[in-house]
Design a protein around this ligand. Structure first.
Ligand code: ADP
Ligand code: MG
Length: 242
């Protein structure tokens, strides 16, 4: 079953055309990693999927709903497609637990005690149950990102979009975040992951996509993608990052 279907996506910022015709289908349970140089449009694609940006043209279907259709509830689309950002985006004045349960309280309007037990179970899942009462500033970057993942899970999304989730972390903290992501993948979560972590892409992705100059230049199983890249720009890119 198709979780996300993108057809001929174009996106311009004023006169700058950033996405120049992208087609991409992601099946339920699939993990797709997107790699590519800085400025190539990776974040823009993710942000179009949950309507943080409005596509200039094209079609995006998320879980059967056309997100451009005026009758589609955008807030509902955002609950279906959770997002994890490079910079965590936690609220500094709220405890870890309150950060995690904000969505369930505000969007789902569930009772506080139910939200708290949900939040604690999600914190347990990311290995941070003991930090529930702490504030974000008391956590390491890796812990903050794991809280952000718990928060993304709190609305029970159908897919999670990760935008360079480990790029802001000190190298020794990257592994703990990737471990949590690996666990989610193993549980069958549908994931779209923009990343520079080639090891993660190789081990966890079902498919790897190379975006450059606003188009998909190459798309393959991780094995083929890394062992026999065909596009010269991808070969050049892999040569620089590997
Ligand atoms: P990536 O995530 O691959 O680094 P982005 O999708 O963030 O690339 O950006 C692609 C291009 O679009 C870049 O040239 C960037 O400067 C430009 N861009 C991104 N967001 C905006 C915006 N809100 N307004 C204008 N230009 C933008
Ligand atoms: Mg980006």
């Amino acid at each position: 079953m198709e979780m996300i279907k993108i057809e001929n996506l174009h996106k311009s910022y004023a006169k700058l055309e950033v996405i120049k015709g992208i087609d991409l289908t992601i099946k339920s349970g699939e993990v797709v990693c997107i790699i590519g140089p800085s400025g190539s449009g990776k974040s823009t694609v993710l942000r179009c999927i949950n309507r943080l940006e409005t596509p200039t043209s094209g079609r995006i279907i998320v879980d059967g709903k056309d997100i451009m259709d005026p009758s589609t509830d955008i807030n509902h689309v955002r609950t279906e497609a959770g997002m994890v950002f490079q910079q965590f985006n936690l609220f500094p004045h709220m405890t870890v637990l309150d950060n995690v349960i904000l969505g369930p309280l505000k969007v789902r309007k569930i009772a506080r005690n139910n939200a708290e037990s949900l939040g604690l179970s999600l914190l347990e899942k990311v290995g941070l149950a003991d930090k529930a009462k702490n504030y974000p500033e008391q956590l390491s970057g890796g812990q903050k990102q794991r809280v952000a993942i718990a928060r993304a899970l709190s609305l029970k999304p159908k897919v999670i979009l990760f935008d360079e989730p480990t790029s802001a972390l000190d190298p020794e903290l990257v592994g703990e975040v990737l471990e949590v992501m690996k666990k989610l993948a193993a549980e069958g979560m549908t994931m779209v992951v923009v990343t520079h972590e080639m090891g993660f892409a190789r081990d966890v992705a079902d498919r790897v996509i190379f975006i450059d100059q606003g188009v998909i230049q190459e798309e393959n199983s991780p094995r083929e993608f890394f062992s026999s890249p065909k596009n010269p720009r991808l070969r050049d890119f892999l040569g620089k990052v590997a």
